[in-house]
Design a protein. Sequence first.
Length: 290
Amino acid sequence: MNPRFPIYIISKGRWERRQTSKTLESMNVPYRIVVEPKEYELYANVIDKNKILVLPDNFSELRQGSIPVRNWVWEHSIKEGFAWHWIMDDNIESIERFNHNLKIKFETGTPFYVIEEFVLRYKNISQAGMNYALFCPAIEARPPIRFNTRVYSCILIRNDVPFRWRGRYNEDTDLSLRMLKEGWVTVLFNAFLLGKRATMTQGGGNTDTIYNTGDKRMAFARSLAEQHPDCVRVTWKFNRWHHQVDYSRFRFNLLEKKENVIIENKINNYGMKLYHNGFEKTESAVTKIF
């Protein structure tokens, strides 16, 4: 199964590595990659030109990082008539299934479809996505879904919500917090994970410009605390500054199911099967997640 809503990869300076593009290609998942005009030929040399969207000429001069690009993608999906859109970072190396303490790479686009299927059952979900594999170690238990927390790097966004991307740093956490403060529900899947490199561990993107503040990320952390002083504080961890967000106040943002939706009390694997050394395992590879 493939997603019913469009996937956009926003990319800069990574035509050689292009991890997310390669990941989706290996899964046969359709996508479009959004690039600056000056880098078009570099990307077109390695990616099908029909999959490339070129930004307006002045976007690189705005010095707002990916913010104008993210908003351009949002409007592009609306113009194409879609109710939701996916936006992905360009450094995602795998999409994985986390089940029975195993992490197994997907070969199809089913996780995108399943997440879409879930959000479309409810009136008040504003965005959903997949957690980082790094945050779900195989030696620890995790619920298949977390509600009302931040969503980043691979996000399914509802197009008609009254928000847009803003700021310079932490735009993903800021967007999640603004949605939550207005009573919307956000959904983070642990059942499906992103194999992703940590921020600032490779060149390209915003690594050499927006993120390179030279102050051990103090400006990065402080910006979110200034935007949301009621639930964010700055803390020192792992030899640099971080923002610490208290999401507990949003635990009362509850799901509202659509009237015409009937949820059957049975497992639906959506065609997912687990193979070992080329042979299908007889035990179900998927547990009921909603």
